[in-house]
Design a protein around this ligand. Sequence first.
Ligand code: R1P
Ligand code: HPA
Length: 305
Amino acid sequence: MDGREQDEAQSKYSFEDCQATADWLLSQTAVRPLVGIVCGSGLGGLADALKDQVAFNYRDIPNFPQSTVHGHAGRLVFGTLKGRPCVCMQGRFHLYEGYPIQKITMPMRIFKLLGVETVILTNAAGGLNQDYKVGDIMIIKDHLNMPGFAGNNPLAGPNDERHVYVCLFRFGVRFPCMSDAYDRELQQLAFDVGSELGFSDFLREGVYCVLGGPSFETIAECRMLHKLGADAVGMSTVHEVIVARHCGMRVFALSLITNKAVMDYDSEEKANHEEVLQTGKQRAEQLERLVSTIVTRLEHNNNFA
Ligand SMILES: O=P(O)(O)O[C@H]1O[C@H](CO)[C@@H](O)[C@H]1O
Ligand code: HPA
């Protein structure tokens, strides 16, 4: 995209568009969520844990994109997790679906306008770290934003300063800090909760690398990403994290290691989406317990970026 196209893309998902969507949702449900959850590939079962659900198909929500990927149901579910008001995206959007990066991250701004303080993102990812096993859950402590290196950042384009000054930092500053993107207290909380639940054997922490997809990586690419410091690779999450931090929400993210990245020319293994969904099913229950227990321990957040 050139500069003009980026400006156009950005202006299509303006503050007013996001506000209209948020207002519509708030008029349809009495739930006032403090926690926003994004379900990764095959991990949509998390939304089913919500009580007293009010659910919307993405196609019925004004200005909302549509899910096109198998394993992403395309529903926005409001409800409570052990009494805490939450909103859950049962299905997310990816760059490779052909949406502008501003559109795939728009739900984060809608979360913010709904009153969400903490965002919990999950994803399915390939394990680059040789110590990782399929089924491990990696708490994300940092990221490598490969599309960002090429200039594809969801914050590219005009930054609507009006809202920084007039609307109490609703969106955010031109140059947001990312060295504190993943909340350290929440990472510690996740380790504590994981240990209480007996999950320590498969709980890890590491660096997630986002690529554009949809093709899986070559062997040379996996080796390079590992050398660069990535522990897991996927095609999502980072763009959402950047936008969530830009507008001052606290972020916690986890990757389910659904497959081992192929690093060896002698290997017969081949990455495939069916394996990704299958591993999701196997760990679904533990992932759900981990996330819902973390949610019950969250404190109110006033951490504006
Ligand atoms: O990141 P989530 O949405 O979990 O999906 C992951 O799974 C798909 C590949 O199987 C890709 O979309 C990758 O990003
Ligand atoms: O190996 C992978 N690579 C990229 N994205 C993925 N999502 C799940 N597994 C993978």
